[in-house]
Each structure stands twice: as C-alpha cells, then as structure tokens.
Design a protein around this ligand. Structure first.
Ligand code: APR
Length: 181
C-alpha cells in the first residue's frame, strides 16, 4: 500500500512535439495488439528506442485493446515505455469510448506502480485507428484529470501532440473540463 504522498501542484500539459524526444519517466506508445511495432508513433518509438525494445516486446506476447504493458525505454530519454493498443474506430457502437478510456487509466496505473512522476501520452487511436479527434480528446482529458486528482506518484501528465490540430483539440478539451483556456 503506497503512503499517500504530499499533495503538490499536479500538472496537465498539452504541447506540440515528438514524443520520442520527450524527457518523462514514462512515455506511452499507441501500439497494436501484437506489440511488434508498426507505423505512426509506434514506429517512431521503436526507431528511437532501438532493437532492444522489440526484443522485450516479443516476450510480452501481445496486449489486449484497452490494456497496457510496460517495458524499458532503451535509447529513449524516457525510462519506461508503456504500450497500449487503442480501439479502432468502427462508428462508436463497439465500445470504443470505454476501450479508449481504459487505455489512459491502465497506462497511468502502470506508471504509478513504477513510481513515475512524469508521464507523456500521444493522442491514442486518432491516427491510423481513425478515432474522432475531439471525442478522443474529451475522453483522454477526463481520465487523466480524474487520475491526477488523487495521485500516488504521478504528478505531471503531458499530451505530446504531433500536429497543431491535435494540440488544439486537447487544449480545447482541457478548457472545457476546467473552464480555463
Ligand atoms: N510523437 C507524438 N505523436 C506522434 C508521433 C510522434 N513521434 N508520430 C505520430 N504521432 C501521432 C499521430 O499524429 C496521431 O496524432 O500519434 C497519434 C496516434 O496516431 P498513430 O500513431 O497512427 O496511432 P493509432 O491511431 O493509435 O493507430 C495505431 O498504428 O502505427 C500503427 O502499430 C500501430 O497498429 C497501430 C496503429
């Protein structure tokens, strides 16, 4: 049982950038269920981490959509990579919202277990998996903000957005939740 850490200013941030260059205790990978790499941010993370990441992923025997598994960070600035397969968008009637929410919550739980203070996410499922961006941003911000309200170790969560439209969507979602713009 973790002792509840002193409550200090927790942070949620939205930035434009490349998550493979982001210095956080853990970065999240928008993976697929094989965990054997792919394109998009998955490809970029494997490229930057080097071959050791794939060797470790192979031993994990995949990961179910909405769940998360953690590995080392290898050549990345991050100590850990948390791999989570997001849902493929099929129109919204196949539990996609709940699965996406689980991705964020399960990654934060794993980060906390590893006593990470800082975590960075890409915009899970809004690329190849075609999850509508605004809808995904609302789900992500809701789950992140409710998690860091009662953190054990995780103090700062950053959405690292790869393009301006994604950055704007997460900033808007944050503004809606907090009334801050
Ligand atoms: N840093 C941050 N974000 C990035 C980066 C990067 N270096 N590269 C891409 N992104 C962004 C995309 O622009 C998008 O906003 O990550 C978000 C998620 O897009 P994808 O990487 O396509 O991931 P996703 O939609 O979850 O689809 C996952 O794609 O790459 C394959 O193996 C992966 O099969 C899986 C699927």
């Amino acid at each position: 049982m973790h002792k509840l850490k002193g409550v200090v200013a927790m942070g949620f941030h939205v930035i434009l950038g490349d998550i493979t260059r982001f210095r956080a205790d853990a970065i999240v990978n928008a993976a697929n269920t094989s965990l054997l790499g792919g394109g998009g941010v998955d490809g970029a993370i494997h490229q930057a981490a080097g071959p050791g990441l794939l060797v470790e992923c192979r031993a994990l025997n995949g990961c179910k959509t909405g769940e998360a598994k953690i590995t080392g960070g290898y050549n990345l600035p991050a100590k850990y990579v948390i791999h989570t397969p997001g849902p493929v968008w099929r129109g919204g009637g196949s539990g996609e919202d709940g699965l996406l929410a689980s991705c964020y919550t399960n990654c934060l739980i794993l980060a906390d277990e590893k006593r990470c203070k800082t975590v960075a996410f890409p915009s899970i499922s809004t690329g190849v998996y075609r999850f509508p961006l605004k809808r995904a941003a609302g789900i992500a911000v809701n789950k992140i903000l409710s998690f860091i309200k009662a953190p054990l170790y995780v103090k700062d969560v950053t959405m690292v957005c790869f393009d301006a439209a994604t950055e704007a969507a997460y900033k808007a979602a944050y503004g809606e939740f907090t009334g801050k713009n």
